[in-house]
Ligand binder design. Sequence first.
Ligand code: GAR
Length: 195
Amino acid sequence: MTLPARLVVLISGEGTNLQAILDACRDAVLPARVTAVFSNRGSAPGLERARQAGVPAIAFPKPREMDRLAYDRSLAEAVLEYAPDWVVLAGWMRLLSMSFLSQFPGRVMNIHPALPGTFPGVEAIERAYQAWQAGKIDHSGVMVHLVPDEGIDSGPVLAQETVAFQPGDTLDHFTSRIHAVEHRLYVETLYRLIT
Ligand code: GAR
């Protein structure tokens, strides 16, 4: 029997994508184990989700006096202790430099709530919604991609799915549909990569 894949998940906030992955591991939908969850924000609610699932939940904020490269190096060292097959960015809102990424070549993935090449960075859902209201787009979507370098929400695409706007859509309704797609697509993509 093959061993379950080892995942280290990096978060900054709510951790609903983390929760989808934890649930899929618990229910044996995903032959994987989350070996640790790191957050750059100590107050991230996602850390509690990890604790509830019995997974080490590590707050790892950047000390003010530490520069970005040194922080990324120390984060990589800490993550390496949990021997991940995959480093899974799930709402991790800090740009990772090569001093982190070079430790995990081809093994860091990210989810972004927009289609490739659109709305990189923060508040992608809100910006897509505004673009729809301005008549510029009729759909947005979700993508999962590898993170080979310091590009923002860019890299080889592993999966993508379109989410259409609906007549009378509110930001809340659209956001819920995006998140529902994210939670399914991240688990499906991980499944495809590790089986
Ligand atoms: C998700 O929508 C994720 O795609 C997004 O942050 C949210 C985190 O939610 N990531 C980005 O915007 C990356 N640029 P969660 O903490 O509930 O999983």
